[in-house]
Design a protein around this ligand. Structure first.
Ligand SMILES: Nc1ncnc2c1ncn2[C@@H]1O[C@H](COP(=O)(O)OP(=O)(O)OP(=O)(O)O)[C@@H](O)[C@H]1O
Ligand SMILES: [Mg+2]
Length: 255
């Protein structure tokens, strides 16, 4: 069964950046194949990884609803979804990417959603690692997949609202009972002189603080230039990323 990491936290804390760094380092260490899942409706994981998605699962759901009346004889909704999902998966070196796109909206497309969920769940075991960039509400994890998570990483920055978001995530996680094995915190972009205060806040949570990711000029420049985040391989920022991988994956990150 694939090892799975889900990254969550308030908007703008650095979830997608952290997710992309983890995926790039897993690929660099030959620990793939990795399935990268962008479960944030903003869809920027693909861009960070250098494979901007052409289509999302949300697009496929819309297309199906539009096309359903014109289906050729013998074509079922299940056939359509399965064909479409194969096209949506972006294949890159060492990893594949699947982008969820926008959520279900007000309407109930239960049948379509259950097909999509089944497809995603069936896909997971063919990979060694599954890494998911989540939206703040963890809706995808709690409702749209049955995949179990080995490590949930909650990203917090200096903004106290990001701590409030971590508190909310903690309660969602409690409702998900044993579907998440371990919950971890990481901080991102916290200035040295503010670290003690931020750590003091985080100590109120029932989650272990794994590491502090500092500001990294090369990382910022890479994102600014729209270059793939794998350019950071070998940079000191990867020491922290390796610590995360090893902690969630067990000894050497591989168990
Ligand atoms: N450690 C870091 N060093 C330098 N810049 C960083 C670092 N972490 C994040 N950034 C910058 O912050 C921006 C926001 O980060 P990111 O997109 O990963 O946040 P997010 O939590 O995924 O946001 P959203 O909720 O909007 O998806 C990045 O585009 C990058 O420019
Ligand atoms: Mg993001």
């Amino acid at each position: 069964m694939a090892k799975s990491i889900a990254v969550a936290g308030k908007g703008g804390t650095g979830k997608s950046t952290t997710t992309a760094l983890i995926i790039s380092e897993l690929v660099n260490r030959g620990m793939g194949p990795v399935l990268a899942v962008d479960a944030d409706p903003d869809c920027n994981l693909g861009t960070l990884l250098g494979v901007p998605p052409k289509q999302t699962i949300g697009d496929l759901r819309d297309d199906l609803l539009k096309e359903i009346k014109n289906f050729p004889a013998g074509m079922t909704k299940a056939n359509y979804i399965e064909m479409g999902l194969h096209e949506i998966i972006e294949e890159a070196e060492g990893f594949d990417l699947i982008t969820m796109g926008k959520g279900e909206g007000a309407s109930c497309y239960c049948f379509i959603n259950s097909l999509i969920r089944k497809f995603c769940d069936d896909l997971a075991p063919s990979y060694k690692w599954l890494v998911i960039d989540n939206e703040a509400g963890l809706e995808h994890l709690s409702r749209r997949t049955t995949v179990d998570i080995d490590g949930l990483l909650v990203v917090v920055n200096e903004n106290p609202l990001s701590f409030d978001c971590a508190v909310q995530i903690e309660s969602i996680v409690k409702d998900m009972k044993d579907r998440i094995a371990y919950n971890f915190l990481i901080t991102n972009l916290v200035k040295e002189e503010r670290k003690a205060k931020v750590h003091e806040r985080l100590a109120q949570l029932d989650m272990e603080l794994l590491c502090d990711l500092p500001y990294n000029a090369k990382l910022e420049e890479t994102i600014f230039l729209g270059e793939p985040i794998k350019k950071l391989i070998g940079d000191p920022v990867m020491d922290n990323i390796n610590l995360i991988i090893n902690r969630i994956g067990g000894e050497n990150g591989n168990s």
